[in-house]
Design a protein. Structure first.
Length: 420
């Protein structure tokens, strides 16, 4: 035993003795101390501590005497008037061939990824974009991104819209999007998704969390990867599988997908009941997506202390047995977009009963796009710290003094737990 462990052992025995003695008042129990420790961990982790690769945990037998405690720590929050501060505004031609013109809200250097080949110069500048009201934060701190619903366009022309991509990228995490409305309507094709930002698509994967077209009512979750990643057909999820091979290069690039069972997970009814929370959990247990409608959002989410292990079964899940979540997915940035027609909404238009005429005709009248709008309360990203076994801190390239404080504190507690 080193001097320090003797000290811990001493402290530990003293505590156990004292707390065992019922007569002594004012002394916190060990469980309370543990709780307080967890709280203090949360409080010393700053928002800028954007966790990257949470290394997969190594199990250690020596510390298996306590139950595992995962703590999800807020790493980043996008909301209100600072929402738009840390995104790139994509201004190229639509990679999915939509009749859309993405407008530029910030002058950024173009990203170097698979979309470069599609980039054209069809965009307007920042001032034009904001003055056209396609992206703004309203009086209630609600973030709005929308398709243009004021201009008429000629047949075959594009309609203006917005596509943003986070500057930060993640390797794992818990992503919580609280939104009131998502875009929908004939010819409309929105998505909230993540994309491997540093490699040629689909090498670093794509996770489609919220996506649909036209008057769909069921959200469609999908994963697009290199060959070798497979969705298990019977899994711990409530949705319906449509494709099991996630290989993005086959089946018209459709990837593997699951439709949400809920009839309010997309479209008119989604908006009518106030949206809700979409959650995407990406860790060593796989990649899972939940949809909680407005009145069923778990209290732990509302409290900012998410505990995904306590949630009901997810709508969709890609299990690690069929697909390694860190081999096929890496360095993901977050994307919101609204496109029109194109590969999905265009090709499916004629076979969608509720949508009149052709997609290009539908695009002409701005009144057809009053519901093509995101209304977002917040997007929060949490990263996991596991207070059991060997804890490896989030491996972001820029390690802050706070993260080493955190690590020291975690190691301290683990020693205490191990000894007690
Ligand atoms: C944990 O225990 C199992 C079974 O006794 C053993 O095979 C394994 O090597 C141990 N792991 C560690 C990290 O000690
Ligand atoms: C460790 O804990 C897990 C769950 O808490 C339990 O299933 C497992 O049997 C334990 N292993 C040992 C070696 O005690
Ligand atoms: C802000 O919220 C209030 C109360 O819910 C609502 O009446 C009002 O219409 C909202 N304002 C905007 C711009 O959405
Ligand atoms: C992820 O990012 C790291 C660090 O920049 C890089 O070394 C790695 O190649 C990237 N992986 C993929 C699949 O993009
Ligand atoms: C479903 O979850 C249970 C409990 O976590 C697990 O034992 C089982 O293997 C899972 N089934 C599938 C098909 O992933
Ligand atoms: C927009 O939404 C409203 C309310 O659900 C609906 O009545 C209307 O038909 C929709 N309009 C379009 C163009 O989608
Ligand atoms: C455009 O859509 C917004 C809702 O996103 C609505 O408030 C506004 O009245 C619409 N404008 C027109 C001209 O229809």
């Amino acid at each position: 035993m080193t001097r320090r462990t003797r000290l811990y052992a001493g402290l530990c025995s003293a505590y156990l003795l004292l707390t065992a003695a019922q007569g002594i008042h004012g002394l916190p129990r060990f469980e309370d101390l543990k709780e307080a420790f967890v709280d203090s961990v949360k409080s010393i982790v700053p928002r800028s501590f954007a966790g990257q690769a949470l290394q997969r945990r190594q199990q250690s037998n020596s510390t298996n005497s306590t139950s595992e405690t995962d703590v999800w720590i807020l790493a980043d929050e996008y909301s209100g008037h600072t929402f738009f501060d840390d995104w790139k505004f994509f201004t190229g031609a639509d990679p999915t061939n939509g009749l859309v013109e993405y407008v530029l809200l910030q002058l950024n250097s173009m990203r170097t990824n698979e979309f470069d080949e599609f980039i054209t110069s069809s965009y307007v500048d920042q001032d034009t974009a904001f003055s056209e009201g396609l992206a703004y934060v309203d009086d209630n701190n609600t973030v709005i991104m929308k398709g243009d619903n004021t201009s008429w366009v000629n047949i075959g022309d594009t309609r203006k819209s917005v596509r943003i991509e986070s500057n930060k990228y993640w390797n794992g995490g818990l992503f919580l999007l609280d939104l009131n409305r998502a875009p929908w309507g004939c010819a409309v094709w929105p998505a909230f998704w993540t994309l491997g930002a540093l490699a040629t698509w689909p090498t670093a994967g794509e996770i489609d969390i919220l996506e649909g077209v036209h008057d769909n009512i069921h959200n469609h979750v999908a994963w697009h990867t290199n060959p070798g990643c497979v969705l298990t057909e019977t899994g711990n999820y409530t949705g319906t599988v449509d494709q099991t091979d996630c290989n993005a290069n086959i089946n018209d690039n459709s990837g593997c997908g699951i439709s949400d069972w809920s009839r309010v997970s997309y479209g008119e009814s989604f908006d009518a009941q106030g949206g809700g929370v979409y959650a995407m959990l990406w860790d060593e247990t796989g990649i899972a997506i939940w949809y909680f409608y407005r009145v069923s959002i778990p209290q732990d989410i509302q409290d900012g202390d998410p505990k995904p292990k306590t949630w009901s079964m997810p709508s969709a899940s890609l299990a690690p047995e069929g697909c390694d979540p860190f081999q096929y997915f890496a360095n993901h940035s977050i994307v919101f977009d609204i496109t029109f027609c194109g590969d999905w909404a265009g090709n499916s238009y004629a076979t969608t009963p509720g949508c009149p005429g052709t997609c290009a005709e539908r695009l002409q009248d701005p009144a057809n796009f009053i519901n093509a709008s995101w209304s977002i309360n917040s997007l929060k990203i949490y990263t996991k710290e596991s207070l059991q076994g060997t804890v490896v801190s989030a491996g972001h390239a820029t390690s802050s003094p706070h993260s080493s404080m955190l690590l020291t504190a975690v190691v301290g507690l683990l020693m205490l737990l191990a000894l007690c």
